[in-house]
Write a protein that binds this ligand. Structure first.
Ligand SMILES: [Zn+2]
Length: 284
């Protein structure tokens, strides 16, 4: 299976590969920025990028996922922040290209009480600009589902559906499914029935072929709580049976899983990675 973790933030590219190898991952995700800052934190020297790409190839780590910082808000009603977000988004795509990444993950943004329809339309026009200005890139943008707290969009797949129906060139758009976010947003995926409802909605609104990544996280809070607190795999409310059904779901057979579970040391990641592997029926 294609399995990796979200690596904690660091500025040295080669440390990322080393860490991924230590953990035994064949895919990884990392922030290109300090998640709370606007500017990229990497020193993108050509020599270092070359080494980075070479070592990824040797370590057979693929695909490569890059997460956008939380500051970027392409649904914002504040014009200054909106324009700044679009600019930073475009720069992030160019940087991801340089690093040889395949996917860029973003939360959909917050409408800040300006209304959902307003926010979704803002996202559509931002994405039209972003996709147009990076037309020669092969980076696929993955819109992650969210927990439904505050004015954040993306807690319902109808939001993804709205965007996909309206964006002019959607070839480079996809979905990242976060299991914790879906659960606390009200999809009871700890049970077979809930998982069925979730996939039915994804099928109708997004299309299964656009689902390119699962953020596999258990939830510290109940279904419908709207609280975004990730738990260790099989130790939260989704639980062991729920996790087992997700990890072995036919739709997710070839989809990469990235863990964003609580971490103090490498041992925490290793424990969660081992738990996922032990719940998978086939061990290839
Ligand atoms: Zn996530």
């Amino acid at each position: 299976m294609i399995l990796g973790v979200q690596l904690s933030f660091r500025t040295k590219l080669l440390e990322i590969v080393k860490e991924a190898e230590t953990l035994g991952c064949n895919t990884i995700q990392f922030f290109s920025h300090n998640p709370r800052q606007w500017r990229s934190s990497f020193n993108l020297e050509e020599e270092e990028i070359k080494k980075f790409k070479f070592q990824l190839r040797i370590a057979k780590i693929e695909p490569l996922f890059i997460h956008l910082p939380y500051l970027i808000n392409i649904a914002s009603p504040d014009e200054k922040l909106y324009q700044r977000s679009i600019k930073a988004f475009i720069e992030a795509i160019k940087e991801a290209d340089k690093l040889g990444a395949n996917f860029l993950i973003t939360h959909m943004g917050s409408h800040r009480k300006a209304g959902e329809r307003f926010g979704l339309n803002r996202i559509v026009s931002a994405l039209d600009t972003i996709l147009d200005k990076t037309y020669d890139s092969s980076i696929v943008i993955l819109l992650e589902n969210t927990s439904g707290s505050g004015s954040w969009l993306g807690y319902s797949f109808s939001h993804h559906g709205f965007i996909l129906r309206k964006v002019k060139n959607k070839r480079r758009l996809g979905l990242c499914l976060d299991t914790c976010h879906a659960y606390v947003a009200g999809y009871d995926i700890s049970k077979e029935e809930g998982l069925k409802i979730l996939f039915k909605e994804i099928k109708e609104e997004v299309g299964i072929d656009r689902l390119r990544l699962v953020h596999l996280n258990d939830a510290k809070d109940r279904c419908g709580s709207l609280r975004d607190r990730h738990a260790d795999i099989a130790k939260g409310y989704i639980g062991i049976e729920g996790m087992q059904a997700i990890i072995n779901h036919p739709y997710l057979k070839r989809i990469p899983f990235i863990l964003e579970t609580p971490k103090k040391t490498d041992r925490d990641d290793i424990r969660n990675l081992n738990m996922v592997k032990s719940l998978r029926y086939e061990s290839e």
